[in-house]
Write a protein that binds this ligand. Structure first.
Ligand SMILES: Nc1nc2c(ncn2[C@@H]2O[C@H](COP(=O)(O)OP(=O)(O)O)[C@@H](O)[C@H]2O)c(=O)[nH]1
Ligand SMILES: [Mg+2]
Length: 205
């Protein structure tokens, strides 16, 4: 996997703040505290995204551009989306979903895939199922990632994967840990695969 340089682009709180759509974009979605920012940092090998000790603080979509040669020529954009389902703020966050997040997911031209994070240490939550089904209904590619695998024993991981497969109706769950690096290379492979497929499809238009 190429080692990218990371460039924080901007933090958007409404659709007119989004950066110009150019290169394939990968969105990271999941409940607050599921480990989105930690996973992005593990992928990048640097603390680009803020890891919060107070769950549910991110209200914006944070965009990161990745480049190999020059910041003017990014290869990929990563988007860290606000978390859903944290009790204290869930009402205000979910109020923002229809006007802000859903249009991003439905309309963003360069969105190549959504990485959906689910915590392997808790049973699959209704919000995770709703999101997975929503993405399916708007025909977005999904990469489902089970996070915090380091907290489970081998047996517990097998059981957790089985439950996630059933709840989310998919055979493909990538088991990852931002802490010990498990699954990070496999996730990069999956991201590159969808980004390439996206570029090919865009070139054919
Ligand atoms: N053990 C373990 N803890 C993690 C992992 N990823 C994130 N965390 C912890 O989970 C909490 C929330 O992480 P964060 O990345 O801010 O989640 P976000 O709200 O989804 O962006 C932090 O305390 C992290 O240190 C992981 O892979 N393993
Ligand atoms: Mg975060």
């Amino acid at each position: 996997m190429p080692r990218y340089q990371t460039n924080f682009l901007l933090s958007a709180t409404s659709a007119d703040h989004f950066p110009r759509a150019s290169v394939p974009e990968i969105a990271f979605l999941g409940r607050s505290n599921v480990g989105k920012s930690s996973l992005i940092n593990a992928l990048l090998g640097e603390p680009a995204a803020r890891v919060s000790s107070t769950p549910g603080r991110t209200r914006a979509i944070n965009f990161f551009a990745l480049h190999v040669q020059s910041p003017a020529k990014p290869e990929l954009v990563l988007a860290d989306l606000p978390g859903y389902g944290y009790a204290k703020i869930s009402r205000s966050i979910s109020a923002e979903w229809p006007t802000f997040i859903n249009p991003y997911l439905a309309d963003r031209e360069t969105l190549a895939a959504c990485v959906c994070l689910v915590d392997m240490n808790v049973p699959p939550q209704p919000g995770d199922v709703v999101l997975a089904e929503y993405l399916d209904s708007i025909r977005r590619s999904r990469i489902i990632v089970g996070t915090k695998a380091d907290k489970l024993s081998g047996n517990q991981r097998v059981v957790a994967v089985k439950k996630l497969r059933e709840a989310l109706q998919t055979d493909e769950i990538l088991v990852c840990s931002a802490k010990d690096g498990r699954g990070i290379a496999a996730l990069w492979n999956a991201i590159h695969e969808v980004a390439q497929a996206y570029s090919k499809a865009a070139a054919a238009l």
